[in-house]
Design a protein around this ligand. Structure first.
Ligand SMILES: Nc1ncnc2c1ncn2[C@@H]1O[C@H](COP(=O)(O)OP(=O)(O)OP(=O)(O)O)[C@@H](O)[C@H]1O
Ligand SMILES: [Mg+2]
Length: 273
């Protein structure tokens, strides 16, 4: 196993570590953004798997469906990744693939009028006690008992849908983000692509953002990755080609994306305009 650069946390993807100038800075929160199917959960599981390979404790907070397909297709030994079973399906999942389940005691929050999302409705019906506040309590209890080095929240987008209303969302999301940011655990917070016209709280709380891009070219999927920001470190400012195989996510940090492809990135900031 490659030695990590001083004070840096290897992501599990050597090419991304190189783009970050050696890896993530330990103990900070990061955003991993991208559209559906762009590889966010795969990267998250890979990051946790890298930790357990190094003898670290790693926690997956599964608010979306647990990554059953990904784990099956990659065939990694995920037995040591612990899962906080926020999603009702996570319990069954953890038994099948032997992720170690976290027996966190849930505090019961009130369930008032639900938001508009059908997915959220289904989640609330199956597991009505979950709210952002109760999740924060579960997390606090778990992090108080076990010294985790790595954590993945999959996803913040779904977490926000657990909020009861906008006002509640703003204060409870700020509170849990602050808690995560002060926990000292290197955390990947997975989100859909942020709306560029809205300053999402995670974007100013996080230390950096890794964005995964995907587009169809004929019948092939073209993927690339950008480091949108990385506070406190120099980083690669170019998009780099990415692939997902049975080995997980891989990135070639030395190859450039053809110019013509740049403006076709689904979500670009400084590129291709
Ligand atoms: N073994 C494999 N070989 C090639 N591609 C794969 C393999 N396993 C998974 N994939 C691709 O990776 C994608 C998985 O992405 P993943 O679920 O990590 O995306 P995501 O960004 O988390 O999506 P969502 O937002 O829907 O949760 C699949 O859509 C598939 O195209
Ligand atoms: Mg996912």
């Amino acid at each position: 196993m490659k030695e990590a650069a001083e004070g840096r946390v290897p992501t599990g993807v050597a090419g991304i570590d190189e783009m970050l100038g050696g890896g993530l800075i330990a103990g900070r929160p990061y955003v991993v953004s991208g559209t559906t199917g762009s590889g966010k959960t795969t990267l998250g599981v890979q990051f946790l798997h890298e930790g357990v390979k190094r003898g670290e404790r790693a926690l997956l907070v599964a608010i979306d469906e647990p990554p059953a397909e990904i784990v099956r297709s990659l065939g990694w030994d995920v037995g040591k990744i612990r899962i906080l079973d926020v999603h009702p399906a996570a319990k069954a999942f953890s038994k099948r693939v032997s992720l170690v389940e976290v027996a966190a005691q849930r505090s019961v929050g009130s369930l008032r009028e639900a938001g508009p999302s059908a997915k959220t409705e289904a989640m609330k019906q199956a597991s009505p006690e979950i709210s952002v506040q109760s999740l924060q309590l579960m997390l606090k209890q778990e992090l108080g008992e076990v010294r985790y080095s790595r954590m993945v929240i999959d996803s913040l987008t779904s977490l926000k849908k657990l909020s009861e209303n906008m006002e509640d969302m703003n204060s409870s999301i700020m509170s849990i983000l602050r808690f995560i940011s002060e926990s000292g655990v290197t955390t990947l917070m997975i989100t859909d692509l942020p709306d560029p016209t809205v300053l999402e709280p995670e974007i100013f709380i996080c230390r950096g953002e890794i964005r995964l891009h995907k587009r169809m070219v004929g019948n092939r999927i073209d993927r690339c990755v950008t480091v949108e920001k990385f506070r406190g470190s120099a980083h690669d400012t170019l998009p780099r080609p990415m692939a997902i195989t049975e080995m997980g996510v891989s990135v070639d940090p030395h190859r450039k994306i053809p110019k013509a492809s740049l403006k076709m990135l689904q979500a670009f900031t400084q590129y291709g305009r």
